[in-house]
Design a protein around this ligand. Structure first.
Ligand code: NDP
Length: 298
């Protein structure tokens, strides 16, 4: 048996297109398309690429974006002032502050100032609280993308056994809560988990979100299981030439693909879904602002 590849890129393109369609409907009531504001502080090259991709995909979907770039020397007070200005701006539906922020800025204090109704990354305490309480709200993008891909692959997730490896605020914890919301039975593993390979073998759906290249080996995966590989790791690839690198996930793809039921590739799996869910959240935020909740349900 060979696993079905879950094509995150294609599914993300569908979500982008749908966000664009719903955004166009909203434009007539808002008088403008939904708008995402992205704040980038400093010159980190990886963050620069992420922000450019987010802005490019937003605009390609027919939504609008505002890009605010500040130097690495910007103060916390300046960044908070930008966030407050965007909160008050009736032309902005979603606010994203690109992580990581320079070391002298307290990330939590900045995130904490984002209006939860514009928190398209789903990272504020209010958004996290809404998720824990099962109340409507904007959900973190990468975990929401995982759940969406799992549903595309398996349909109803009710009763499925899910093992999430990693308990970060950004991925692991919200992923576990989102799978729980779908009536899956969820276990969260982390660096102190005993017998991780054994635990993983119980999973119908395995979600490695660790940041350790190819940590999940072939014999950790139950035959027929669905592996949603969140990890993105750059490793040396001497076979491609001197000094070359390549991206791998947290799962040893080649060992798993022969017997898993479903697997996401890296790149091209969860990664593209993160931006798709950001666009979706921007449109949801705009729909709720426009008092059109029916359009937030897509
Ligand atoms: P963090 O470093 O914040 O969290 C890693 C988690 O992995 C921690 O909970 C840690 O446990 C756990 N862990 C570390 N070592 C082990 C181990 N040996 N066995 C079991 N668990 C372990 O990372 P993130 O959650 O931010 O990101 C995880 C990965 O996902 C990274 O590769 C990142 O690049 C990728 N990522 C991908 C995204 C995408 O769009 N595809 C978006 C965001 C992240 P403990 O808490 O005990 O320390």
């Amino acid at each position: 048996m060979s696993a079905h590849l879950i094509d995150g890129k294609a599914i993300a393109a569908e979500i982008d297109a749908r966000a664009g369609e719903v955004g166009a409907k909203l434009a007539s009531s808002l008088g403008r398309p939904p708008c995402l504001a992205v704040v980038l502080v400093g010159e980190d090259p990886a963050s620069d690429v992420y922000v450019r991709n987010k802005v490019r995909r937003t605009e390609a979907a027919g939504l609008t974006s505002i890009e605010i770039r500040k130097s690495a020397e910007a103060t916390e007070a300046e960044i908070i002032a930008i966030v407050e200005r965007l909160n008050a701006d009736g032309g902005v539906d979603g606010i994203l502050v690109q992580m990581p922020l320079p070391g002298h800025i307290d990330t939590n204090r900045v995130i904490g100032r984002i209006d939860p109704d514009k928190d398209v990354d789903g990272l504020t305490e209010v958004s996290a609280g809404r998720l824990v309480l099962g109340k409507p709200g904007l959900r973190p993008c990468t975990p929401a993308g995982c759940v969406l891909l799992a549903e595309r692959a398996l349909g109803d997730l009710s009763g499925k056994s899910v093992v999430v490896i990693g308990r970060s605020i950004l991925v692991g914890k919200p992923a576990a809560l989102l799978f729980l919301e779908k009536n899956a039975t969820v276990t969260i593993a982390h660096s102190r988990t005993a017998d991780l390979p054994d635990l993983c073998r119980t999973a119908d759906i395995l979600v490695p979100a660790v940041g350790r290249p190819e940590m999940v080996r072939g014999d950790w995966v139950k035959p027929g299981a669905c592996v949603l590989d969140v990890g993105i790791n750059r490793i040396d690839a001497p076979e491609r030439g001197a000094g070359k690198t390549r991206l791998v996930g947290d799962a040893a793809f080649d060992e798993i693909v022969g017997h898993a039921g479903w697997i996401t590739p890296v790149p091209g799996g969860i990664g593209p879904m993160t931006i798709a869910m950001l666009l979706k959240n921007t449109v949801i935020a705009a729909a709720l602002r426009a008092k059109q909740p029916a359009l937030a349900d897509f």
